[in-house]
Design a protein. Structure first.
Length: 444
């Protein structure tokens, strides 16, 4: 995939010795009852932290967590992150609970190689408002700003954009790798390229669907989003979750895809069968409905004609996963491609199983995962895989499979925006590679 497409300066390009560094991370991690349920973002921030500490900087880390309802919303305190970070680094992390004066005091007391973590930036409304005074305050804590919170660079906030006006600002190693990998997959993918797009809402994925219809060879739809496409195609999806407001968008996307398929070899695939149940529960009885091809229905009833229910979703039933025929079809297509971009699970993977984590609505996702990892039947074919999206990454983490994929992004919205070709304000604001030596790349 050629040379680096990342055009911003990084921590490798700047003199660090003797400096105090303000590092923006994205520690917006999922919490349950005050405990971190997935520390992927923290783990992925370690190489940059270790690099900086090796260069003996005084390190001040900052992040947001969630969307606080007020300045003392304890439910989204970064305290658990400070504890976890301290364990992972094996050194003290001074946690700054309080206000700016306390932050300045703590930072002044740091020796080279020591670390502080500030409390949730969003406790201060100035963060999301990209307030100049708040940005200045943040900047006053350090000599250099390092952006490594890939997950949040699609936001123009005080700690992603504002602060760069007051400090020399460079990228960390995670941000560099994320932007480089995602940009090169989107701009120079090894074809055939397949996009698998799932999850709940079309609204979040419209832009990337348009882009993939232009650049991919195969687009497969799954998750609750597929229900909207099915509904738009005239299928009765009964009690399934779908998006009433997006039916015309779904129709437009399908006609755009159909037009593309006339011009070149291109396939846009909406599931043909699904796993349905009347409730979202691990013990709910499930059934496979084959609304399109009737293949499964025929097999089940062989040698008799399939019953009409076999291809109809009943009144109170919901589609909660793709069916085995659709799963096998997508998995088969994966055998033919060299690159897969995957965002969004095929079904409701949050529902656990009766025994263990694989629930009744995870089989479609599991099947396509196996295919991506070269474990489909006897095929050893393993395309390069780029995975993004919070739920998707959470699930593969839970399965212990993160290492097996090509690149697993720490970004949700940020990775989607980058894939769609949008500029990310938190990246744009960093110093350009060819502007080396300049103190700051722009003034206010
Ligand atoms: C995320 O998890 O999407 C990022 O941390 C950004 O959070 P936000 O969507 O609340 O801005
Ligand atoms: Mg988000």
């Amino acid at each position: 995939m050629g040379n680096s497409l990342f055009k911003k300066q990084t921590i490798r390009d700047i003199e660090l010795v003797g400096k105090t560094v303000l590092l923006r991370a994205d520690y917006n991690v999922p919490l349950k009852d005050g405990a971190i349920t997935n520390d992927y973002r923290i783990m992925q921030s370690l190489p940059t932290i270790q690099y900086l500490l090796k260069h003996n900087v005084r390190l001040v880390i900052c992040s947001h967590l969630g969307r606080p309802k007020g300045p003392h919303d304890e439910s989204v305190s970064l305290k658990p992150v400070a504890v976890r970070l301290q364990e992972l680094l094996g050194k003290q992390v001074s946690f700054v609970h309080g206000n700016f004066t306390e932050a300045a005091k703590t930072v002044a007391s740091l020796a080279p190689g020591q670390v502080a973590l500030l409390e949730n930036l969003r406790y201060n409304p100035g963060e999301e408002q990209n307030d100049v005074e708040f940005a200045k305050q943040l900047a006053s804590l350090a000599d250099i700003f390092v952006q490594d919170g890939f997950g949040v660079v699609h936001r123009a906030h005080a700690s992603t954009e504002g602060v760069t006006h007051f400090l020399p600002s460079v990228s960390g190693l995670l941000l560099e790798r994320e932007v480089d990998t995602i940009t090169s997959v989107m701009s120079q993918p090894k074809h055939p390229l397949m996009a698998i797009v799932g999850g709940a809402k079309i609204a979040d994925k419209i832009d990337i669907l348009h882009r993939f219809i232009k650049i991919a060879d195969f687009v497969a739809i799954g998750g609750a989003m597929a229900n909207t496409f099915l509904k738009a195609n005239g299928h009765d999806v009964a009690a399934s979750l779908y998006d009433k407001n997006e039916l015309s968008v779904a129709k437009d996307i399908m006609s755009e895809a159909a037009a593309e398929a006339k011009k070149r070899r291109f396939n846009f695939y909406v599931p043909q069968d699904g796993v349905v149940a009347t409730k979202l529960d691990k013990s709910a009885p499930t059934r496979i409905v084959d609304w399109s091809t009737h293949v499964i229905a025929e097999i089940e009833n062989y040698p008799k004609r399939p019953s009409s229910q076999a291809s109809k979703i009943a009144e109170h039933e919901m589609i909660l996963d793709i069916g085995p025929f659709s799963g096998a079809f997508i998995a088969g297509a994966i055998q033919l491609v060299d690159t897969v971009v995957w965002n969004g699970t095929m079904g409701v993977t949050e529902t656990e199983g009766l025994q263990g984590p694989v629930g009744p609505f995870s089989h479609g996702t599991d099947l396509i995962m196996e295919a991506m990892l070269g474990q489909f039947r006897d095929s050893k074919h393993k395309p390069f895989s780029l995975v993004g999206g919070g739920d998707t990454v959470g699930y593969i983490e839970q399965c212990g499979l993160v290492e097996a994929f090509g690149h697993v992004s720490t970004g949700g919205g940020a990775s989607l925006e980058l894939m769609a070709g949008r500029k990310l304000p938190g990246v744009e604001a960093l110093m350009d590679k060819n502007a080396k030596g300049s103190e700051s790349n722009h003034e206010r």
